[in-house]
Design a binder for this molecule. Structure first.
Ligand code: ZN
Length: 345
């Protein structure tokens, strides 16, 4: 069968219960030292196989080596005081968390994720994707007690991210994806300086680049927030033209079960689009037919070669079993959509 488009996930997948606490956004590891590294590898390998078996073309390591998508990167950056916790309302006060504080110039002490990226590269023949937090989202997930402004801090993080991404690309990663969920909370700042920071992070990489912009994990705070956004979610409307002008190759966006008007995807005529065709909530597992219908709907607004079927967001906080079933539905739905699309040609 001719494959008209590829399938992948946004990035993170749940951790197995022998590795970390489950169904929570900031879990604790259950093991430590060498045992931790061994179990992280085992967990990542299971997810790599799960994605391959489902027929996904672009594979991630499911973020099995980091507790949280932002703090996993920050843990190895100096200039951050982890004991100086600051209560911060993040994502424009959508939820309050205790975050560490930047108290000195931030510096990268060697590779952060190279070992993990190399493990991914060695364990699949497929295309690989590795996710890193975006600079604006980092600056919204850590307190600043050193730089003049969030913007100034983000620009410094952007350079560290670029150094890291450059090493990961050299290790054979095909796509580096920067996660910028905070773009939807700060559309004005994103356009004013977030995109500039993102361009610094993504500059001169020897691989494809992507940005993931969503409405957050399927946790209660986000579900409540979404209820306030009205019948048509228009946050993407101002962001997409800026992204289309940028050097970023791909964008990952939320679509399934959302109030995002699908025609907004027409604002990205020059980009590959990872369309969220499965949601990331625990209480709804899409059928393959639902996935197919979402893909066929999205195809009304872009050429098939620019579509990549994807999840709306990371699946870190949902159950392992639900995530497995969603990945399988994603693969099957993509296959059905391919068949239907071929029959229309
Ligand atoms: Zn997301």
């Amino acid at each position: 069968m001719k494959k008209n488009f590829k399938a992948t996930t946004a990035g993170s997948l749940p951790k197995h219960d022998w590795l970390a606490e489950t169904e929570t956004l900031w879990p604790q590891w259950k093991v430590s030292g060498d045992e931790l590294w061994d179990k992280q590898k085992k967990s990542a390998k299971l997810w790599i196989e799960e994605q391959e078996n489902a027929g996904l073309e672009i594979i991630s390591e499911g973020e099995q080596f980091r507790i949280h998508f932002v703090h996993g990167f920050l843990e190895k950056i100096s200039g951050i005081d982890w004991d100086k916790k600051t209560q911060m309302g993040i994502r424009n006060d959508r939820y309050t968390v205790e975050v560490p504080t930047v108290t000195d110039a931030v510096q990268r002490q060697g590779s952060v994720h190279l070992k993990e990226a190399s493990f991914l590269r060695e364990n699949t023949e497929n295309m690989t994707k590795f996710t890193l937090p975006g600079p604006l989202t980092i600056s919204d997930t850590i307190a600043n007690d050193y730089y003049n402004s969030s913007q100034d801090m983000a620009m410094h993080f952007a350079q560290l991210l670029n150094d890291e991404a450059s090493e990961l690309a050299k290790a054979g990663i095909d796509i580096i994806q920067f996660d910028e969920p905070a773009f939807n909370s700060f559309t004005t700042e994103s356009i004013d300086w977030g995109m500039e920071a993102l361009e610094i992070a993504a500059a001169n990489l020897d691989c494809k680049t992507a940005v993931h912009i969503c409405y957050g994990y399927g946790i209660e705070e986000n579900l409540n927030w979404k209820k306030t956004l009205g019948e048509q979610w228009k946050e993407y409307e101002s962001l997409f033209p800026e992204i289309n002008k940028s050097s970023i190759d791909q964008i990952s966006l939320e679509f399934a079960g959302s109030n995002v008007p699908p025609e907004l995807m027409r604002l990205l005529p020059d980009k590959e689009i990872m369309v969220g065709v499965i949601g990331v909530v625990n209480d709804h597992i899409e059928t393959a037919n639902e996935v197919k219908d979402n893909i066929i709907e999205a195809l009304k607004h872009m050429d098939s070669e620019r579509l990549i079927a994807c999840s709306n967001c990371g699946m870190a906080p949902i159950s392992v079993e639900v995530a497995r079933r969603k990945i399988r539905a994603l693969g099957l739905g993509a296959e059905l959509a391919n068949k239907q699309f071929n029959s229309l040609l």
